[in-house]
Ligand binder design. Structure first.
Ligand code: SF4
Length: 109
């Protein structure tokens, strides 16, 4: 299952961690929701492949520890999403379609 690109409508923003928006539902450590707005990563799909960290030309992503999550105990957090240049590389390389990038979402929340 891929990230829902309409998560703004289907989910509720429940807070912020490391300056990154958190979209619920969340029930840690098993359920972590979607992180980010312009660059969004579904933490419940992410399996820590790492291609996005390697390929992003402007280093938007940073690893965050997520011990106890069933898919992986590391996640690619879009900590620097304000630097994104919308090249869509991360969307293309993610093996599980956990990332959605949409500059139209920025500043709408
Ligand atoms: S779209 Fe490009 S610049 Fe933006 S986060 Fe993905 S790889 Fe980085």
């Amino acid at each position: 299952m891929a990230i829902d690109p309409n998560f703004e409508q289907s989910r509720e923003r429940v807070g912020e961690e490391d300056n990154v928006a958190v979209w619920g539902p969340i029930d840690p450590p098993e359920e972590l929701g979607i992180r980010g707005t312009h660059v969004a990563v579904d933490f419940d799909i992410c399996l820590a492949d790492g291609a996005c960290l390697e390929d992003c030309p402007v280093d938007v992503f940073e690893w965050v520890d997520t011990p106890g999550h069933p898919e992986s105990e590391l996640k690619a957090n879009p900590t620097n999403e304000d630097q994104c240049i919308d090249c869509m590389l991360c969307v293309d390389v993610c093996p599980v379609d956990a990332i959605d990038v949409d500059p139209g979402r920025e500043n709408r929340v």
